[in-house]
Design a protein around this ligand. Structure first.
Ligand SMILES: [Zn+2]
Length: 386
């Protein structure tokens, strides 16, 4: 398959090269990017996609999303705790959970993702139905205990639910199996001080003291992390997923020290968390991140390019998968955006990244390439029930 005459290719290579008017050839057998160049030779039966009005970028990855929360949108909640209580009610209602998964997947399918890591209560049932047009990398969602270890990620909802000692057991076991453990942590001030009252230390400080911060740990939220805990995150090579809409909507109050994370070279990713917070369109979340930091720090320290780096390079590193760049020989997971709509204009090589982060809309997404296969996500909306 050939993506012919791509208006732009955002490579996300070390120099952040953006190519203009190039062909991109995909080997559907090896599911990799075969060649990038000008006027590439085509096989007689090769499928040609005219991309002269399109930008091709590394496939969008969502490392933190709870599909089951879709149906929670029926409620109006007035606190973080109320949201958790509603989530626990939903956990016991299999019919509503199924509705949530189906509707969430229908929506997700239109948003240009090639890989998602959903963190769910029951996960395996829908995997085979969706895996053809979005690559699923994820594991079970755990409210109370690590009863299953599936996939590349196991998610823990809260350190107070599971307790630090059990969390350490989970991390150690997952480490042996090369599984990442993600956890919402230090979200509200109350939660942090409740933990400190019980264990005598702040959550990350305590986890470090018992050896539970290992490189397979990804920390989510971190609205109330302390400066000394930040150093422990860096020295233990833990990763961090930012969820700005969730932090803001649920009035969690604190701000993860994002600029300081970058200064410590901590791997950052961006997730969309609950469906109740925002649309899971990752560019909306990228824009939220940019506004969040510029408002909080009163500065332009974070750029649109850095946000794109977090979305592409950061999110693939978080999931420990290949991709995040467009390079010959790498897996062919791509997101293809049509520039014909005026919401992205005027567009040039200079402003394309900024315009995608600030102005793009889901209707700009025209194709994805998932494991070398072309998908039209806005046409093939997922409606099959399971
Ligand atoms: Zn979450």
């Amino acid at each position: 398959m050939m993506l012919k005459n791509c208006r732009f290719i955002i490579t996300q290579d070390d120099e952040r090269t953006i190519l203009e008017n190039k062909d991109l050839k995909i080997n559907e057998e090896t599911k990799t990017i075969e060649e990038i160049g000008v006027e590439l030779a085509k096989e007689p039966s090769e499928k040609i996609i005219d991309c002269s009005t399109h930008v091709v970028m590394p496939g969008l990855v969502n490392p933190h999303i709870h599909l089951f929360t879709f149906q929670l949108r029926e409620h109006i909640v007035n606190s973080w705790n109320e949201l958790w209580n509603k989530a626990r009610e939903l956990e016991r209602n299999i019919l509503k959970l199924r509705t949530s998964w189906n509707k969430a997947l229908s929506l997700i399918a239109t948003l240009g993702f090639t890989t998602i890591a959903p963190t769910e209560i029951c996960y395996d049932k829908f995997q085979e139905n969706i895996n053809t047009f979005i690559e699923i990398i994820g594991g079970p969602f755990i409210f109370n205990k690590p009863d299953r270890m599936l996939g590349k990620i196991v998610h823990v909802s809260s350190i107070l639910n599971i307790g630090p000692e059990l969390f350490k057991e989970l991390v150690d076991e997952a480490f042996k199996k090369n599984i990442t453990v993600s956890i919402h942590i230090s979200n509200t001030r109350n939660e942090v001080f409740e933990f400190k009252k019980k264990y005598g230390k702040f959550p990350i400080e305590y986890l470090d003291s018992i050896g539970a911060l290992r490189e397979n740990v990804t920390l989510i939220g971190l609205e109330w992390v302390t400066s000394w805990e930040l150093k422990k995150i860096a020295s233990n090579n833990c990763k961090v997923i930012l969820i700005p809409s969730c932090s803001m909507l649920y009035a969690l109050g604190g701000l993860p020290p994002i600029i300081e994370f970058i200064g410590e070279k901590i791997t950052l990713g961006l997730g969309t968390c609950s469906f109740t917070c925002n649309s899971p369109f990752i560019f909306y979340e990228g824009k939220a991140l940019l506004y969040y930091i510029r408002t909080s720090y009163w500065s332009f320290k974070l750029t649109a390019q850095q946000v794109l780096d977090i979305i592409t390079l950061g999110n693939t590193r978080i999931l420990n998968i290949k991709g995040g760049t467009i390079t010959e020989g790498e897996p062919a997971n791509l997101t293809i955006i049509n520039l014909k709509h005026d919401n992205l204009a005027p567009v040039s090589m200079k402003n394309i990244v900024q315009n995608l982060i600030l102005y793009s809309e889901p209707y700009n997404i025209e194709f994805t390439v998932v494991r070398g296969r072309l998908c039209s996500p806005r046409k093939n909306i997922f409606r099959k029930s399971f």
